[in-house]
Design a binder for this molecule. Structure first.
Ligand SMILES: O=P(O)(O)O[C@@H]1C[C@H](O)[C@@H](CO)O1
Ligand code: HPA
Length: 296
């Protein structure tokens, strides 16, 4: 087995049956035994956005490879640490890098950390990601609050909830029409307004990658009402919501999706990272303020 990957998790396990309640609880307990902090908020840092985790104080940093049964981060711009500590005095657990299905991980494995968070006592999950802007009025650098998603992989057996259901995590047939908490979206928008930071709100889509989308795929998504397209987040949002946690998600528009058949432009990861680095500070400021606000 590739040593980048985890110790004894079955990487090909498509269903969630590999990640039993007991197995996930063992991971949560392993972490809780090593920190004094009891985080109620979890933050997932997307491509190039891991700097937020560096703002966490009194932190304990666990490299993913230290944590039993955790996968490894293999993507540039995803450091691969779980950081537990205080963000402006609010206890948080922060994923400095996430797992993607294009890394060879099943969606059940990609989203397993959400279940760990649930069993650590987390109540709210904040997801961040990089995305290509599809909405014609979007500019590179825009921040979009996600209000819904379209995720074709989740229409298949790659849905992370496929498999025997354990009701201790969530219901067999969870609703998916209210994944992105409206109150949290409103709160975030208020904070941005007070800071004079322009925000977008829209629909995110994820095909899972690793290739960027074809022109025709993007045009179809545009017709469906999609505003930004990425390779992650929807799966995590689904599982976090299924577990009964509140979900808030933002996508940073790191590039423009190319919807002209004859364009010479194309998306590339270096541009994604570069834009993320350029906008990281604003995003960090917004998320830190948001965390403070919702912690009461
Ligand atoms: O991990 P996220 O969704 O933030 O990153 C996006 C999707 C791919 O990992 C990468 C492509 O450039 O950016
Ligand atoms: O254009 C994109 N497509 C998919 N994923 C992405 N992540 C950043 N930009 C993009």
């Amino acid at each position: 087995m590739n040593e980048l990957y985890s110790n004894h998790i079955n990487l090909n396990a498509v269903t969630n049956s590999e990640f039993t309640y007991e197995r996930v609880k063992a991971i949560a307990d392993w972490l809780l035994a090593r920190v004094d902090t009891r985080p109620r908020i979890a933050i997932v840092c997307g491509s190039g956005l891991g700097g937020l985790a560096e703002k966490v104080q009194n932190s304990m940093v666990f490299a993913y490879e230290q944590i039993p049964d955790f996968p490894r981060s293999t993507v540039v711009g995803h450091k691969g640490n779980l950081v537990i500590g205080l963000l402006d005095n609010v206890p948080v657990v922060c994923m400095q890098g996430r797992f993607h299905s294009y890394e060879g991980y099943s969606n059940a494995l990609c989203t397993m950390p959400m279940k760990v968070f649930k069993l650590m006592g987390v109540e709210t999950v904040i997801l961040t990601c990089a995305a290509g802007g599809l909405n014609l009025s979007f500019d590179v650098g825009d921040i979009m609050v996600i209000k819904d998603h379209v995720a074709p992989l989740l229409w298949t057996l790659q849905n992370p909830l496929v498999g025997l259901n354990d009701d201790r995590f969530g219901p067999r047939f969870p609703a998916a029409n209210k994944i992105y908490n409206k109150k949290l979206r409103e709160e975030f928008k208020k904070i941005a307004k007070d800071k004079n930071i322009d925000l977008r709100e829209g629909v995110y889509s994820s095909f899972g990658g690793p290739c960027y989308e074809t022109v025709t795929e993007l045009r179809a998504l545009l017709q469906m009402g999609v505003d930004a397209v990425g390779m992650s987040t929807a799966n995590e949002a689904l599982v976090a919501s299924y577990c009964g946690m509140k979900v808030f998600a933002i996508a940073l528009v790191t590039n423009k999706a190319v919807i002209d058949y004859d364009s010479d432009n194309h998306p590339f990861h270096e541009e994604v990272i570069e834009t993320a680095n350029r906008r990281a500070q604003v995003l960090q400021e917004l998320v830190t303020e948001f965390v403070k606000k919702i912690s009461f």
